[in-house]
Design a protein around this ligand. Structure first.
Ligand code: ADP
Ligand code: PAZ
Length: 395
């Protein structure tokens, strides 16, 4: 994203960052200009409702300066926040989560004069998913055999579930309620592994390029199938069809070929399949440990990609014999940032807050109605620049 894209120049009052190993996710509330002067409507008892949009953006962590410029140019400038000794700076509290909330706290302080209000990463992920499932219609869906189906969320029968967040690494969290969760497992073979190995093996330069390659590839060129080992037949006694992958990248042993002799497309496809399959299987095993039937997958590794979702779904379906269900989330990559954002509401009524500094007060986030997606097509996943219509109650 161009940090100086003026489309985003608007008065921002709430901002949350999730600074991960690979990507920085930004969620901010942009009040509509058509309310009263400060964007808020007073509704009685000193409570005001501010209508606006939740906006999303992401940056590569290695290009953190772009993110800093984005915040400086599009957010601070338009929020009356000055650096370094500006009087309006305390109006602006920035929620931050992910490892980078610790790693880059000084950098943000030095360059922008803003201090992070840190939120725990796992806690934020759980808050983000619960917020989405309870508030945003058509958020969760299944994807199997090319069919996408939105899942109706029953608020009284939401827990327990397993959250699998596929970022650079993978965290698996058993969620039992609001704020009730336990990180039960994880694996270091995640999105970072896919991108890192992909870059080394295919010489591609970006995640999008790697995905594009994988679209065109055929994993069977490199993966050793059950049929390759069993002379073209199934191993039906243990339930393995001849087309099942017996060994990811296994053909490279017997092919006698150098890396350059494989098509990068096929390598990318095998890699994507290997990582997705492995995560699906580990997720299922952890769901089994705790008797969980519902597994929600998030994190930017998924990127709404059909092949990835299909592979994960098939793995969960296959291993659980149809008992467990893999579900995906439209705001997959923004779970932590959204969770940190919703933590504004956890702040207690502070008696010592100065009048009018409403951005520091208790904020209750509501998404308005059933048709609250302004730009997002219901079949697609979230892209930069798309927004959720919502309102914030400040009490
Ligand atoms: N534009 C992108 N650039 C780099 N990686 C991306 C991109 N889009 C998706 N990804 C994938 O998403 C992963 C990061 O997911 P994310 O949930 O943001 O995790 P983290 O918090 O660790 O950065 C990357 O490792 C990569 O596999
Ligand atoms: C350390 C992390 C929580 C950081 O989160 P991320 O930036 O990858 O989203 C994650 O990478 C992780 O859970 N890694 C797996 C470590 C393990 O359980 O083996």
């Amino acid at each position: 994203m161009d940090p100086k894209d003026s489309r985003f120049s608007t008065q921002i009052s709430h901002l949350a960052l999730d600074i991960g190993g690979t990507l920085i996710k930004v969620v901010y509330f942009s009040p509509n200009g058509d309310n009263c002067e400060d964007g808020s409507i007073v509704v009685g008892n000193g409570c005001s409702v501010v209508k606006g949009r939740l906006c999303f953006a992401k940056f590569e962590t290695r290009k953190i300066d772009d993110c800093i410029e984005f915040i400086r140019f599009n957010i601070l400038q338009h929020s009356g926040v000055q650096h370094p000794n500006g009087t309006a700076r305390d109006k602006f509290s920035v929620k931050a989560t992910g490892g980078g909330a610790f790693k880059f706290a000084e950098l943000f302080k030095d360059k922008l004069g803003i201090v992070f209000d840190k939120e725990d990463e796992m806690h934020s992920l759980v808050c983000g998913v619960n917020f989405l499932l309870k508030t945003v219609p058509r958020e969760a869906f299944t994807y199997l055999d090319g069919q996408k189906e939105f899942v109706q969320i029953d608020h009284n029968d939401l827990y327990p579930y397993l959250l699998v967040n596929i970022g650079s690494g993978v965290s698996m969290i058993k969620v039992d309620g609001d704020g009730k969760y336990e990180r039960i497992s994880g694996t270091s073979l995640g999105g970072g592994t896919f991108l890192g190995l992909g870059k080394l093996l295919t010489k591609c330069k970006s995640f999008d390029e790697l995905l594009e390659l994988s679209h065109q590839g055929n994993n069977r060129v490199i993966d050793m199938l059950v049929g390759d080992i069993y002379g073209g037949t199934d191993y039906s006694k243990i339930g393995l069809s001849s087309t099942a992958i017996a060994s990811s990248f296994g053909k490279a042993i017997s092919d006698g070929k150098e890396l350059e002799e494989y098509q990068p497309e096929d390598v990318a496809r095998s890699l994507l399949r290997m990582i997705s399959n492995n995560i699906g299987q580990i997720a299922y095993l952890n769901a089994l440990r705790f008797g969980l039937k519902r597994i929600f997958f998030g994190g930017f590794f998924i990127r709404g990609l059909e092949y990835t979702m299909d592979t994960i779904s098939v793995a969960v379906h296959f291993w659980s014999r149809g008992e467990a269900k893999a579900m995906f989330l439209r705001h997959e990559g923004f779970l932590g940032a959204l969770g940190a954002f919703t933590s504004y509401k956890d702040q207690s009524h502070s008696n010592d807050l100065k009048p009018h500094h409403h951005t520091m007060q208790r904020a209750v986030l509501k998404c308005s109605g059933d048709d609250n997606f302004r730009h997002t097509p219901v079949t697609g996943n979230l892209n930069d620049g798309e927004a959720i219509e919502c309102s914030i109650s400040l009490v």
